[in-house]
Ligand binder design. Structure first.
Ligand code: BEZ
Ligand code: FE
Length: 295
């Protein structure tokens, strides 16, 4: 019998001893996941060789991360986001066929019950910011427009906060809405030009970013969840390519294919039609949905 089968722990066989101890796990997936995590974690500890003080600091960082969590604040998700793990899990789970629009992180500020609105509605209820009209077509991978597709959209206000971060200060459902494409697959609505904003950075994750010489900002974007019968639901954003943080998103959410064009329009007649001040902003962005996976 080898040492690790008896369970005697040494620096050399540490991972094998721990993995061997889990041999009776009833759940095969859990057993596999714990074996990989144990192996990689022990490998990291062996490479880092932390002092007792450093290890305690790491434990206290995770403790503070847990203590920061409330119904409205999920500091562990922020940690996953800023380590790039949320985007990696998203990429693994949303491999798309050629031509389909790419996904990106959901983020913590989605709400399930935003109002369904007629096409063209203005979702900006606090009357702050620069007017913007957004339009496009949703198609399948063969290029056919898809009618009756649901687009759930949300963005921050001009101060860089979502309505749920400023309950009582912003109107409920400010800059949120659910739209459905018309018979030609078209959608359009009115909003404001999005701005860059910081992820919540007053907790341990924000402190870690500071120590790493990183900023907490996300480049300006609009969120979309797009769903239609027979299609894979797409969770994504469109981004302003001219934003100063476009190359350094704190959560690694930017993909080249999600860069939209934000155009400044100086046209008093069109502005009047949209009930906008002149000039205003216009962006057009088409989406392509992948077919639903069978089975
Ligand atoms: C967001 O875009 O809403 C977001 C994503 C990840 C972390 C924080 C905010
Ligand atoms: Fe966001």
């Amino acid at each position: 019998m080898d040492d690790h089968e008896q369970g005697y722990f040494t620096e050399e066989n540490s991972a094998e001893v721990v993995i061997g101890r889990n041999k009776n796990a009833g759940d095969a997936r859990l057993k596999e996941v714990m074996a990989v995590i144990t192996r990689k974690l022990h490998e990291a500890v062996k490479e880092i060789e932390p002092t007792q003080k450093e290890w305690f600091e790491a434990i206290m960082f995770l403790t503070r991360t847990g203590q920061m969590c409330t119904d409205w604040r999920q500091e562990f998700i922020l940690l996953s986001d800023t380590l790039g793990v949320s985007m990696l899990v998203d990429a693994i789970n949303h491999r798309k066929p050629a031509g389909a629009s790419e996904s990106t992180v959901l983020g913590p500020f989605y709400v399930h019950d935003a109002p369904e609105l007629p096409l063209g509605s203005n979702i900006c209820l606090d009357h702050k910011g620069e007017d913007m009209v957004i339009s496009g077509i949703v198609r399948d991978t063969a290029g056919r427009p898809i009618p009756n597709v649901k687009l759930d959209v949300w963005q921050t206000n001009d101060d860089g906060f979502y309505d749920v971060q400023q309950k009582g200060l912003q109107p409920d459902f400010n800059l949120r809405g659910v739209f459905r494409t018309d018979e030609a697959g078209r959608y359009w609505f009115r909003a404001v030009k999005p701005r860059f904003y910081p992820i919540p950075d007053d907790g341990p994750v924000g402190q870690l970013l500071g120590k790493l010489g990183r900023h907490p900002f996300r480049p300006a974007h609009l969120h979309f969840i797009i769903s239609g019968d027979g299609f894979e639901t797409l969770t994504t954003h469109i981004f302003d390519p001219d934003d100063r943080y476009i190359d350094s998103d704190a959560v690694f959410g930017v993909k080249k294919s999600l860069l939209a064009k934000f155009e400044k329009i100086d046209d008093p007649e069109r502005a009047r039609q949209f009930a906008f001040a002149n000039p205003f902003w216009e962006t057009k962005f088409d989406f392509v949905l992948a077919p639903e996976k069978k089975g």
